[in-house]
Design a protein around this ligand. Structure first.
Ligand SMILES: [Zn+2]
Length: 273
């Protein structure tokens, strides 16, 4: 009996990791997360989460059909979506539009209502060039800090003004700061929007050099990436042609968010504006 009861204890001791290996194991696990974060634009917390990898295995990491959220494009297609937020700013937006025109690529602009009212002609130019325009609220306030009625107005009033200017409605939206909760998502869904997240950000809302912006985006771009840039920085204007030409050389196709949704493994068809 003594002999039998001692066996499991021996077996447990056999599998115990030596203490000196723990720091090495920790460095390897965090290093693995860091690699996915830098080269495949997956947040560190997700790269280290078994739940994320299980969802990815099931194919549920690209789009949430319940709340209608796009997280990532199709990983089997060599395509990316360029999204440009917070405009239109008259200092830089015309240059960004000229660059897109020059390379014959389309982007999705998430416009702020207050700016759109000041420069409606730029929003018309975006559409005339074949770009997509999405809703980034009237005042660019974090929606989670507002009550339901305020959230509803922040989103819907922007669309009413957009319709007055262009004769079209917006069908995709990005909450300011991509900051949302179930309460916000319930309203965006009621209003018929697809909420659009991002996968590669240049942090160009801070002052960054064009080199930093270009390298950060190119390091993190993969099939189905949603690239996030802003339209209020001269550095972004310098970086954009370098990003587009490098990705075109790598064979990437540029798609709008509506096209990216239609290209998902389980396609989501929306009316683009
Ligand atoms: Zn924004």
């Amino acid at each position: 009996m003594e002999h039998l009861s001692s066996s499991p204890a021996k077996a447990r001791r056999h599998f115990r990791l030596p203490v000196w290996l723990w720091p090495i194991a920790l460095v390897m696990i965090v290093g693995y997360g860091w690699w996915w974060n830098v080269h495949r634009s997956i947040p560190l917390s997700e790269a280290l989460s078994p739940v994320y990898w299980y969802k990815r295995f099931l194919g549920e990491d690209l789009y949430d059909p319940h709340y209608r959220i796009l997280y990532h494009g199709n990983r089997a297609l060599h395509e990316v979506a360029l999204t440009i937020d917070d405009g239109p700013h008259p200092q830089y937006c015309p240059s960004l539009l000229a660059i897109l025109r020059h390379y014959h690529v389309h982007a999705t602009f998430f416009v702020v209502g207050q700016r759109m009212k000041q420069c409606p002609y730029l929003v018309q130019d975006m559409l005339a060039d074949g770009n997509e325009v999405g809703n980034h609220t009237v005042d660019h306030i974090r929606l989670v800090t507002l009550n339901n009625e305020e959230i509803w107005h922040e989103i819907n009033d922007n669309d009413i003004n957009f319709y007055r200017i262009t004769g079209h409605h917006m069908t995709v939206m990005r909450p300011p700061g991509v900051d949302y909760n179930p309460r916000v998502l319930k309203i965006t869904k009621e209003l018929g929007y697809v909420v659009v997240s991002w996968t590669c950000a240049a942090k160009d809302y801070d002052e960054q050099t064009p080199d930093f912006i270009v390298n950060r985006i190119l390091d993190r771009t993969e099939n189905g990436s949603i690239i996030l840039l802003h339209d209020d920085r001269p550095e972004t204007v310098v970086a954009l042609p370098r990003i587009i030409s490098a990705l075109l050389r790598q064979g990437y196709h540029f798609v709008t968010i509506a096209q990216m949704l239609a290209h998902l493994p389980h396609p989501v068809i929306i009316q683009s504006n």
